[in-house]
Design a protein around this ligand. Structure first.
Ligand code: ADP
Ligand code: ZN
Length: 622
């Protein structure tokens, strides 16, 4: 390896144009007409021998930022990836494009491993995927013989930070790469939007000299919808029925709930499978594989199911429980719609989620400092759940990004929520908490406000309090909403060391004294339900496809499935949905027309072009 001279070598080759121009390679191999966002800048930067930190949201096309340099530069690009499933997916995709790529992982068969290593030494590979622990193993560089390493890519680089989610101990060792391979450019990539984690990545990976490329974290094709829990299963079913025929993920907090929900969905006629860390490894792998291969499967999972998902056509992500934080919510919902087609993020939550989550924090064995951070994270998330404004704006501003006041593509923008001056109601609610001695949960306080004579109200003499019966003007449901919002706004908290009793926070004073007005959102559970019921059931996969092209689209989809099964790869490896939609709309029947469609490169055309054209010709005029 002549690593030390690498920077100047790369520049010289680039200047002499011995390397294929990136745009030419993009069009010839990937069949994409142009780069997206900042891809071209990143690629130019690393191909001239410099380090880069790439912070793009999911779906913006991070992989291309190292795959394309890997193809164009002399030598081999090493890609470090945390999960075998991810590595194999990408290798499948690269091979489908006619690019020589392999991966090395511990449980690989001896034969596969030997074949990969001999291709590597012979200089036949453009990219090699490895796990983080292997990359820093002594003797790793011996595997390459005389073949130079062109670039080192560290994918999912947020795994190096114990701040964010998905911390992986073996990522910590990757800081050594700088000394181990001096002069070899490094590119680290992540979809993590949290500034604290970013700083940590730079420090841990010694990327001080790297240029940082940040793209907007907005995911405009994802519709956000957060609803109050009414009847969770009915709400979920109604949501899933709108997505009939496409794939998505349903997140639950506990393993048991995952199993029960999956079983129940199957009984309702929705094809569902379960996924969580406690499952038999064989079944787990099988279910994950089914999710990759099938186009209409609902995967019910805990957050253990996450990073390994490369599938571009995940059409929806539903949360049946509150996620851990805004970061978690953003990451999990971000798994929808990588292909840029319309997708939906749906969450239902209620008072119980807040109580449960606060209990988990309080009863955990973290330090007080960490607990304080976790509470702040929970409150930030509740703020997004309870906002009367645009959800997208709230999410983006959490990450420090400016956004227009209204996105037009979230529930609160589509059905603006009414707000009301809840100052008087809040005073009653807070007085109810105070007068009952800050020893009870919302249910009992609501009984008191309603003037309901129960065993408890009698036993504690609460039927003799001045607040007894002062809140009859609001329903139980409306009072629950008031308490939830008071929690989200930080006027009260739940004390878990006292069986979930509500306590006043110091800021409640201002409400009592009428220093602050408490503006609350009016819950729209009923109106949302009515509106949704009337919506036609259209599989979002076919979004933007005219009805007269649907038959052709289905035929093309069937062909793709047959090819993918015969090759043992996921359907999107053959062609993504976006390309099939373009086939069905534009109906190319010549090589030239076919190659002009995004996603059709030279290799894919040579392999599958005729087959798909034959179907188009057959359907032509139908
Ligand atoms: P990320 O890793 O950032 O989530 P991917 O690399 O998986 O995103 O890319 C998302 C999708 O966008 C993939 O299907 C990919 O092939 C496609 N894509 C990437 N770059 C381009 C481009 N320049 N033009 C068209 N499609 C692209
Ligand atoms: Zn909005």
């Amino acid at each position: 390896m002549h690593a030390a001279n690498h920077r100047s070598d790369a520049q010289a080759l680039f200047d002499r144009r011995e390397i294929e121009k990136p745009l030419d390679a993009l069009q010839r191999i990937w069949g994409y007409p142009d780069f997206r966002g900042k891809q071209a800048d990143v690629i130019q930067h690393v191909m001239t021998g410099n380090d880069a930190l790439v912070l793009f949201p999911t779906g913006k096309g991070k992989s291309l930022c190292f795959q394309l340099p890997g193809v164009c530069m002399p030598g081999v690009t090493v890609v470090i990836s945390p999960l075998v499933a991810l590595m194999r997916d990408q290798v499948d995709e690269l091979r489908a494009l006619g690019i020589e790529a392999e991966c090395l992982w511990s449980q690989q068969s001896e034969e596969e491993s030997r074949s990969a290593r001999s291709k590597l030494r012979a200089g036949k590979l453009k990219l090699i995927y490895v796990t983080p622990e292997r990359a820093v193993l002594p003797g790793f560089s011996d595997l390459f013989g005389n073949v130079p390493i062109s670039l080192i890519a560290i994918d999912e680089c947020h795994c190096v930070s114990s701040w964010g989610h998905n911390f992986r101990k073996d990522y910590l060792g990757l800081g050594k790469l700088k000394e181990l391979y001096p002069g070899v450019p490094r590119i680290a990539l992540t979809a993590t939007a949290d500034p604290h984690t970013r700083d940590d990545i730079i420090r841990q990976l010694q990327l001080d000299d790297a240029a940082v490329f940040v793209d907007s974290f907005d995911r405009p094709n994802i519709t956000y919808h957060i609803a109050e829990r009414d009847n969770a299963r009915t709400q979920l079913l109604r949501f899933l029925q709108r997505h009939d025929g496409s794939s998505g993920i349903v997140y639950c907090l506990s393993r048991r709930k995952v199993e029960e929900t999956a079983e129940w969905l199957n009984k309702q006629g929705i094809k569902a499978r379960a996924y969580h860390a406690g499952m038999d490894p064989g079944v787990k792998a099988d279910n994950q594989d089914a999710f990759r291969m099938e186009e209409d499967l609902c995967l019910v999972a805990t957050v253990a199911f996450g990073m390994g998902i490369n599938k571009p056509n995940v059409r929806y992500v539903a949360h049946l429980d509150l996620p851990s934080s805004v970061e978690g919510y953003y990451q999990e919902t971000g798994r929808a719609g990588r292909d840029g087609l319309p997708s939906e993020a749906f969450m239902i939550y209620g008072m119980q989620d807040i109580v449960q989550r606060q209990r988990m924090i309080d009863e955990g064995d973290a330090t007080d400092e960490i607990k304080r951070i976790e509470r702040a994270k929970l409150n930030a998330l509740l703020g997004i759940c309870e906002t009367a404004g645009c959800r997208r704006k709230a999410i983006l501003s959490h990450f420090g990004e400016a956004a227009p006041a209204r996105c037009g593509n979230c529930d609160t923008c589509k059905n603006p929520v009414e707000t009301w001056d809840g100052s008087d109601a809040s005073i009653k609610a807070l007085a109810g908490v105070y007068r009952t001695g800050e020893r009870f949960g919302a249910a009992h306080v609501i009984d008191v406000l309603h003037g309901k004579v129960t065993e408890r109200t009698k036993k504690f003499g609460h039927d003799r309090l001045a607040v007894f019966g002062v809140g009859k003007e609001l329903s139980v449901h409306a009072w629950q909403s008031v308490f939830r919002q008071l929690l989200a706004l930080g006027y009260i908290r739940v004390a878990h060391d006292e069986y979930g009793a509500l306590k006043l926070e110091p800021s409640a004073h201002g409400v009592f004294k009428k220093d602050v007005a408490v503006i609350l959102r009016r819950d729209t559970i009923d109106t949302v339900r009515k509106r949704e019921r009337g919506k036609p059931v259209v599989a979002a996969t076919r979004a933007g496809l005219a009805p007269e092209n649907d038959k052709l689209f289905q035929a093309l989809r069937a062909e793709r499935l047959a090819i993918s099964k015969s090759l043992g790869v996921a359907p999107y490896v053959v062609f993504p949905d976006t390309t099939l939609i373009a086939f069905a709309t534009i109906r190319p029947t010549t090589e030239q027309q076919m190659l002009s469609i995004s996603g059709v490169g030279a290799t894919k055309f040579a392999r599958y072009g005729e087959q798909f054209m034959a179907i188009i010709v057959e359907h032509f005029g139908n």
